[in-house]
Design a protein around this ligand. Sequence first.
Ligand SMILES: C[S@@+](CC[C@H](N)C(=O)[O-])C[C@H]1O[C@@H](n2cnc3c(N)ncnc32)[C@H](O)[C@@H]1O
Length: 283
Amino acid sequence: MPEKTHDIRPGQSIELLKALHILTRDGKMNQDSRRKLKQVYHLFQFIEPLLKDVQQRGAVTLVDHGAGKSYLGFILYDLFFKEQPDAAKSGSRIYGIETREELVRSSEELAKRLGFAGMSFLNLSVADSIASDKLPKTVDIVTALHACNTATDDAIRFALEKKARHIVVVPCCQAEVAAVLRKNKAKALADPLAEIWRHPLHTREFGSQITNVLRCLQLEAHGYQVSVTELVGWEHSMKNELIIAQYKNLPRRKPAERLTEMLERIGLQELKDRFFLPQAAQE
Ligand SMILES: C[S@@+](CC[C@H](N)C(=O)[O-])C[C@H]1O[C@@H](n2cnc3c(N)ncnc32)[C@H](O)[C@@H]1O
């Protein structure tokens, strides 16, 4: 029997918590796992209101990109989807997208063992998932937690194409922008502002930060309201920037202009397809 603790919520799957190593095999919790569970709840607290918002309108479709062991998907299913009345028939579904086949297989096995019928795992890259007929034409929520390098950008493209109502990303390191900054540095140094990324370490750090700034502007240029916060204490990575976007059909012109100006000023024009704008904002 698991240790009696207030940390575990009623109805939560003990088997899942063991599979995620939040509980030991004999159902015990140590200091380390208590911290891990706290972090999971911390992230859930950001996503639960979005799930409730979509649920008001009906079934919820959530796609998690770069899912890894599908830690996030399983927790969301256990804490939210499973509790929906008639969960299996509601049409709600979580999809995990992952390039490592062995992780897709192990997630499939775990979902089967737990009876989590509303979970699917697809062995696809984020980029290929955009056109895949295994996914619905529109989705409600897109998440990407530490999806490597440009996989976060592909997840944003996926979300925009699928008209997602909510987008939640915690980006990983992105090397592409820093590489272009590095390549164009000599020319850029005519502008004193380029001192910000002259030193190689600064090129990497500024590259990483400006990538997220450009992502936020891109989302705003597509009519989303964006908030940026910190995912405090998330243990897997030093990268803790949490970007949450909600589609509000907001005016697009200003953020689109800003994005274009930023790309030009910093010498990143060649990345304008990466941070693509909606057709209307370009006219
Ligand atoms: C750092 S792990 C994060 C896993 C999980 N989201 C988490 O936070 O625990 C990144 C995962 O993304 C997967 N990945 C990387 N690039 C990808 C791509 N382009 N398409 C799909 N999966 C990708 C990797 O195989 C890896 O499992």
